[in-house]
Design a protein around this ligand. Sequence first.
Ligand code: GAP
Length: 499
Amino acid sequence: MTDAPVKDMKDIVALCKRRGFIFQASEIYGGINGFWDYGPLGTELKNNLRDAWWRDMVLCPPIGPDGQPVEIVGLDSAIIQNPQVWVASGHVGGFSDPMVDCKETKKRYRADHLNVIKASDAQWVAVNEGNEQEEVEKRFKKLNIKYDASYATVSLVDVDLKDYSKIIGPDAKEAGSLTEPKAFNLLFETKIGAVASEDSTAYLRGETAQGIFINYKNILDSARVKVPFGIAQVGKAFRNEVNPRNFIFRSREFEQMEMEWFCPPEDAPQWFEFWKEERRKWWKSVGLSDNDVIFREHDADELVFYSKGTFDIEYRFPFTAPGYGELEGIAYRGNYDLTQHQEHSGTKMEYIDPMDNKNRYIPHVIEPAAGLTRGVLAILCEAYTVDPSRPSGVYMNFTPAMAPKKAAILPLTAKGEHPEIATKLYLELRQHFAIDLDIKQNIGKRYARQDEIGTPYCFTIDDETVENGTVTVRERNTMAQERIHLDKVLAFLQEKING
Ligand code: GAP
């Protein structure tokens, strides 16, 4: 058996543009770093992933560990909230700069306050921005590296991440100990009202989660839910990332799918295990190969101070391989968020057990927080399949549920009865599925396009259709063709797509 051909990000990005999945935002004006537009097929794919999550979390959530269905309700909160929300959550105030950690010394630095001095191509030394020449010389001496004042100096924020392995941290002995910069207050500011003043500052939400916490009480009081229960939300989040990169992997505007699971403190460990397993199974159900998905437990020094444990579900993206990149974090947040909002807003967040009035507590929270747009990228990377045996050289192996178009109707010729029959079939099928009707161009080119957009089935209308009412079905992965009767096309698709 030969190894599967390596997937090249350049090719995946090119296909996304060529076929209308994803475009650079503001491309005609030279683009804008960290922002992306989803084209016709990218929008369908993203909606498919979002809808699958909503169905599996809100409409048809899993059966809980006690054999009973769990209860999760939906929410769509405002992107802009009272700025106090972000003060309470810790996004504003506490941490607000791009920081790097040193894995060797465990020290943390502001990335924009570090300079990197390039002693040679392979030996770069980070020093604090304010260091006098004398201190710098001392530092070089300690490291046993020759110092020359003419060495090039750049700010750490201007160093490409791939070169981080060459950098010796400001207090470290070895190179490669600095983590990538992570900005804590990444919130985009905006002004509310016609007259901009300091008081009118508000923020675009940095995560969908806070909208859930601030509505916990409303939902508890209105939706007839009892702890344990969950609140789910899908939507845009905005972070002024220091280093947006890897196509849509790290963007400044992206979408999240978050669920906050509120439970009694003593049950939290069990629910944590439950959601970890459920979420891992879910990513498999949308088409990611088990071989490319792993769990990674956060080390104690990676945890935010209130977290009692976090697991990431990671995917082997072509640009991280052989390593992995985060798709979803599953965090045990204790009662930190509700307590913070209780303190800052003055609204009581206590839950009163309906069976026992004396049992009052602030629920603990398990949070499966997934990236929708990052999930789209994982699905695109997974589906991208190199196949030199077909004219397109590649096809997108989407699961039927994720495929932007479930089937294409292709009349062999653009005139006469073929397009007429094709249009009639299209009008019938589109009541049930996302269908593409593609009339022009030679049939080989049309098959190639459908392969590249990952359409599982193509139905071709030809002279035989006119004669005996049968059409050719071409299956995307095998390219095998068979003939079925026009009357059977809908049932065929229903069986193949819906299962
Ligand atoms: N409420 C918790 C929270 O927001 P997070 O790990 O910061 O946690 C959750 O974000 C998920 O959102 C990540 O696992 C990732 O998939 C996605 N995400 C975070 N930042 C992103 C960015 N800049 N671009 C694209 N997706 C991002």
